[in-house]
Design a protein around this ligand. Structure first.
Ligand SMILES: Nc1ncnc2c1ncn2[C@@H]1O[C@H](COP(=O)(O)OP(=O)(O)OP(=O)(O)O)[C@@H](O)[C@H]1O
Length: 361
C-alpha cells in the first residue's frame, strides 16, 4: 500500500519538527567472538549472514550496522523475535555491553569516548533501566526500594524519602509504601521497578521487556500505566518488546530488528501501511488496519464532480475514529491540513479497510 499522497505519511509525533535527537546511533555493531573487530571492518565479512559469519569466524553479529535517532520525549520501541539483538542493542547505548564499532551520541556527548567515571555518572543520573525481573531488594520496604538509587547518590534520608513517596504516588502505589516486595503482586512489583527508575529523574528510561512475565490483563494495565506516565512526565523512552501490539500501543516509532539488523523503522501506520518486506508484512498481518492507519493512507484525490461541502477531518485521524463521522455524512469527508485539501474519504474507502479487517479476523 502506498499513502495517498506524494509526501511521506506523518503523525504529530514529538519529533515534529525534527529537534536535536537525545540519542543518535550510527553504524552500530556488536560482534561477539574472537577478533570481533575485524568483522565490521571487512566488506566481505559484513556481507555474510549471521550463520555464514558464525561458520567462517566463530563470531556472532548480535547488532549489525544499526542507525537511528531518538527525539526528546519520544517513545522509541525496538521490536524483534528472540535473538534478533534487541537487548544487546539497548545495552550498547549505555555501554553495559561494549559496542564493537559505530557511534553513539547522547545529548551531544560521544558515549563511546566516555571514561568509566563518566559512564557511571551517566548511568546514575541520565539513564534508568527497567527490566523484566524487577530486581527488588526483598528485605526493604517499597519506599526504601524506590529510594535505593538516591541513597547511592548520597541524598539525605529525608529528601530521598520525600522523593520516593512522590513517585510511589505517581505510579499508583499509595498505601503500599511500607509493604515488602513479596507482599505485592507481579504487576505491583513492576510498578515499584518503574518508580525506582523514575525516582532519579533520568533523561531517558530504557525498558527491557518489562512486562513479558506478567499475565495479559496486568500487562495491559502496565502498558496503560506507561502511556499515562509518559503523558505526565514526558520522558524519552526506549522500550524493547517482542510483542507487536505492545509496540503499536506504546511506540511513537518502532524499529524492527531481524538477525541483528534493521528491517524497518517507522511509525505504526508506516509499518502497517507500507511494510518494507515480507518479514514485516507477516508481522503486521493480523493488526486491525483501521486501528492503526490514518486518513492519509486511505484518502483519494477529489474528482471534479465530487461535492466538496462535506465535513473536514485532519489527515492524522485514525480510521477507526473517523468511521462514524464518514459513514454518517452524506458527502465525502474532506481531509484538510493547514487549510489545504489533501484528499477526500467516503464510505467506500472506509468500508474497504473495515471489511478487510473482518476478513483478517
Ligand atoms: N555474551 C554473548 N556471547 C555470544 N553471543 C551472544 C551474547 N549475548 C548475546 N549473544 C547472541 O546475540 C544474539 C542477540 O541476542 P539478544 O539477547 O540481544 O537478542 P534479543 O532480541 O534481546 O533476544 P531475547 O528477546 O530472547 O532477549 C543472539 O544470537 C545471542 O545468542
Amino acid at each position: 500500500m502506498t499513502p495517498a499522497t506524494t509526501e511521506a505519511p506523518r503523525r504529530n509525533t514529538p519529533q515534529d519538527p525534527a529537534p536535536t535527537p537525545v540519542i543518535s546511533v550510527r553504524d552500530l555493531w556488536k560482534v561477539f567472538g574472537p577478533k570481533a573487530d575485524r568483522v565490521p571492518a571487512s566488506e566481505e565479512l559484513r556481507g555474510l549472514t549471521r550463520l555464514e559469519l558464525l561458520d567462517r569466524t566463530g563470531c556472532t553479529a548480535a547488532v549489525r550496522d544499526v542507525s537511528f535517532d531518538v527525539a526528546p520525549g519520544e517513545v522509541f520501541v525496538v521490536m524483534g523475535l528472540s535473538g534478533s539483538g534487541k537487548s544487546t542493542l539497548v545495552r550498547c547505548l549505555t555501554r553495559l555491553i561494549e559496542p564493537t564499532a559505530g557511534e553513539i551520541v547522547f545529548e551531544g556527548e560521544d558515549i563511546r569516548g566516555a571514561d568509566e567515571k563518566r559512564l557511571r555518572e551517566l548511568r546514575r543520573s541520565k539513564f534508568s533501566m527497567v527490566f523484566q525481573h524487577f530486581g527488588l531488594l526483598p528485605h526493604r520496604r517499597v519506599v526504601d526500594n524506590v529510594a535505593f538509587g538516591l541513597e547511592i547518590r548520597g541524598m539525605s534520608r529525608s529528601e530521598r524519602t520525600r522523593r520516593a513517596l512522590e513517585v510511589v504516588e505517581l505510579v499508583g502505589l499509595s498505601g503500599y509504601e511500607n509493604s515488602y516486595p513479596d507482599q505485592l503482586s507481579g504487576g505491583m512489583q513492576q510498578r515499584v521497578g518503574l518508580a525506582r527508575a523514575l525516582a532519579g529523574d533520568p533523561d531517558v528510561l530504557l525498558f527491557d521487556e518489562p512486562f513479558s512475565a506478567l499475565d495479559p490483563l496486568i500487562r495491559r494495565d502496565m502498558q496503560n500505566e506507561v502511556v499515562r506516565l509518559h503523558r505526565e512526565v514526558g520522558k524519552t523512552m526506549v522500550f524493547i518488546t517482542h510483542d507487536l501490539s505492545e509496540a503499536l500501543r506504546l511506540g511513537d516509532r518502532i524499529l524492527i530488528m531481524r538477525d541483528g539488523g534493521t528491517v524497518q523503522c517507522g511509525t505504526g501506520d508506516e509499518l502497517v501501511g507500507a511494510p518494507a518486506d515480507d518479514y514485516v508484512r507477516d508481522f503486521v498481518r493480523d493488526v486491525p488496519r483501521g486501528d492503526v492507519l490514518t486518513l492519509r493512507w486511505i484518502m483519494r484525490p477529489a474528482e471534479p464532480d465530487d461535492p466538496l461541502d462535506g465535513p473536514e477531518l485532519g489527515p492524522d485521524v485514525v480510521v477507526k475514529e473517523a468511521t462514524r463521522a464518514v459513514l454518517a455524512a452524506d458527502r465525502p469527508v474532506k481531509v484538510v491540513e493547514n487549510g489545504k485539501l489533501l484528499g477526500i474519504v467516503g464510505d467506500e474507502e472506509i468500508l474497504t479497510i473495515v471489511a478487510g479487517q473482518e476478513g483478517d479476523a
